[in-house]
Write a protein that binds this ligand. Structure first.
Ligand code: ZN
Length: 216
């Protein structure tokens, strides 16, 4: 964990939006801009994908990011690396302390396998990603939905190597802030999952903010 607070004031942000519980969001972030995601009510997973804004095939890679920093958790200092080796963004502030990139995004298929066959019709993150990608257009499609980050989600790995979905460690108002190292496209699925504790069984809104602070 590397807890670092940001010096940026929400009043100075050039963009602010609240993503309602269960909804998708898609937006470009320009090189040098600062991007913050706020867990407004606490214990809410924000499933996130990042792409180079100039080449959607060059996208966030969990494997490359983990290997480069030799740690499975994301926090302040983590450089988010693409499959092509591009540093897309750097986490510059983090008041939660740990974010997951192993658990993947929930899907109707995994809900059926993990929980029950009748969970099939429940809304899931992969549908939100697909909706945002298709509405965005510009060649982005379902096949571009690959490895994601679960901001604010607590997926500890046991000494035996087991993955467990645990109660969140985030609280109301906790945030993570990233500096774009190149022009990126971000897609967030504000996770609608109701079957595990990643949202405390009660999905809630998150807020996104962008600052344009020159070459600070
Ligand atoms: Zn989800």
């Amino acid at each position: 964990m590397n807890l670092v607070a940001s010096q940026l004031d929400p009043k100075d942000a050039i963009y602010r939006a609240v993503i309602p519980a269960g909804d998708p969001w898609i937006h470009e972030i320009t090189k040098g801009q600062f991007f913050r995601i706020v867990d407004l009510k606490g214990n809410q997973a924000a499933d996130t994908l990042f792409y180079s804004a100039h080449d959607y095939r060059d996208r966030y890679s969990a494997q490359d990011t983990i290997r480069e920093q030799r740690n499975i958790y994301l926090t302040t200092g983590t450089r988010l690396i693409s499959a092509g080796g591009t540093v897309l963004l750097t986490i510059v502030a983090d008041t939660c302390g740990r974010h997951d990139t192993l658990g993947g995004a929930c899907a109707t298929e995994s809900n059926m396998v993990r929980y029950a066959i009748e969970k099939r019709h429940m809304h899931a993150c992969r549908q939100s990603f697909a909706k945002a990608a298709l509405e965005w257009g510009r060649g982005l499609s379902k096949r571009d939905i690959t490895s994601n980050i679960n901001f604010f989600m607590n997926v500890p790995v046991t000494p035996e190597g087991k993955l467990t979905f645990e109660d969140g460690i985030s609280e109301p108002g906790k945030y993570v802030e990233l500096r774009a190292e190149t022009d990126v496209l971000a897609i967030i699925s504000n996770c609608p999952q109701l079957n595990n504790p990643c949202n405390a069984y009660d999905p809630t809104p998150v807020e996104v903010l962008i600052w344009d602070v020159g070459d600070r």
